[in-house]
Design a protein around this ligand. Structure first.
Ligand code: CTP
Ligand code: MG
Length: 391
């Protein structure tokens, strides 16, 4: 089972720093990258992940208005006042969770790392199955050396890691680690505190997308990172169902009065099935049968809109945006034209995109073949998405 199927993890996003090294009037976490505030990028990455139940944001004194502006319509579980150090800011969020009697794993993340691939969250939660802590790291690629004005000795980089966030812990472990950490000492991250308290911290593969924004130059690098990671993807879907007596006919999520209907395991909405396969194809995530096996009795008679909503949510989880859907229904009868507008609005509603981004077409096959003999209906669909290729 995917770790993503767990429920109820809490994300803490620490955004209470003043961003001294990045400079500028507004602290770095509230400034935009690709038209969206840094904090909002991080928030959305957690919000679209199915394993994350709650999101707590820690902000600094006097940052309330900037945080509100950065979040827009986004609704975190809580906005908590941070402290003078990152450690104190994390502690404030843990105290807030204690008040809410929260349980379950917690992922502590720097707001200053806007691009968070879902796969990193998956890896962290999977690692938490066997260790009380888990952190994402990258290998150190550059040669390392000590020195001041003059080059000193070289440093062996074997076994050295660049540590990133989010850092994941069981709530008990990280609470205990914070309680036991000496108040007069600083810690740069939570894993260090967990280790000091004797907890095992697993290492999982990090991601270059997660690099932190520290200096002013890092903004340009982050812009370039997200632009180069976002691309256009297309997917194609095809499906056929048999026309039979005594079934109702569903096409594009709309009931179409007709003398026959389509037979199949679900409601046999051949057009929705083609669109689902097109979306899954664009994501390279298998096909409808792999996610909803026809052998599974729970899908008998199920409305195919559920499959479409699943595919839509998969796109969102991957940080993608559906640009366009084009579907062609191949049948001799019924006539699709009178239902086209209803189908387009139903698809737009299910996919949460504008009707102008949905095209429904139909054709006959000049009475040739199975569709021409009205033995069945076929549908073909093309989905176009933009997708940050972080995963
Ligand atoms: N942070 C925090 N509370 C603090 C200090 C830092 O919540 N008292 C957060 C920052 O907002 C950031 C993360 O911890 O998301 C990592 O810290 P850092 O990159 O050092 O950010 P700043 O402290 O804001 O930057 P600087 O050190 O340059 O002032
Ligand atoms: Mg700092």
């Amino acid at each position: 089972m995917r770790a993503a199927m767990r429920s109820g993890a809490t994300a803490i996003i620490v955004a209470a720093g003043s961003g001294q090294r990045a400079g500028g009037g507004v602290p770095k976490q509230y400034r935009p990258i690709a038209g969206k505030p840094v904090l909002a990028h991080a928030f959305d990455a957690f919000a679209r992940h199915p394993a994350i139940g709650e999101i707590v944001i820690v902000i600094g004194a006097g940052q309330g208005d900037m945080a509100k502006a950065a979040l827009g319509a986004r609704r975190p579980t809580g906005i908590v006042a941070g402290g003078d150090t990152r450690r104190a800011s994390v502690q404030a969020a843990l105290d807030f969770m204690t008040q809410r009697s929260a349980i379950g794993p917690v992922l502590i993340h720097d707001a200053a790392r806007p691009f968070l691939p879902a796969t990193v969250i998956d890896r962290l939660l999977a690692a938490l199955e066997t260790a009380p802590g888990a952190i994402p790291t990258l290998a150190v690629a550059d040669t390392l050396a000590r020195g001041d004005a003059l080059l000193g000795e070289g440093v062996d980089r074997t076994g050295l890691h660049r540590v990133q966030t989010p850092q994941a812990f069981t709530l008990d472990a990280i609470r205990d680690a914070h309680e036991r950490w000496p108040a007069d000492q600083e810690a740069t991250d939570d894993a260090q505190m967990a280790r000091a308290a004797g907890y095992a911290v697993a290492i999982v593969e990090g991601d270059a997308m997660l690099d932190k924004i520290t200096t002013a130059a890092d903004f340009a690098a982050a812009e370039a990172r997200i632009a180069s990671a976002t691309g256009v993807r297309t997917g194609f879907g095809y499906d056929v169902h048999r026309l039979v007596e005594k079934e109702s006919l569903w096409l594009c999520g709309v009931h179409v009065p007709h003398s026959k209907g389509l037979s199949g395991h679900s409601d046999a909405d051949v057009a929705l099935h083609a669109i689902v396969d097109a979306l899954l194809g664009a994501l390279a995530e298998g096909d409808i049968g792999a996610h909803f096996p026809p052998s599974d009795p729970q899908w008998r008679g199920a409305p195919s809109s559920r499959f479409l909503e699943f595919a839509r949510d998969r796109v969102a989880t991957r940080g993608g945006v559906i640009s366009h859907i084009d579907v062609t229904i191949v049948c001799e009868a019924p006539k699709i034209g009178p239902h086209r507008d209803a189908m387009r609005s139903r698809l737009a509603e299910l996919l949460r995109i504008a009707p102008g981004r949905v095209s429904v077409k139909a054709t006959t096959t000049e009475r040739l073949g199975f569709a021409g003999r009205s033995e069945g209906i076929a549908a073909q669909a093309v989905a176009t998405l933009t997708l940050p290729d972080m995963d």
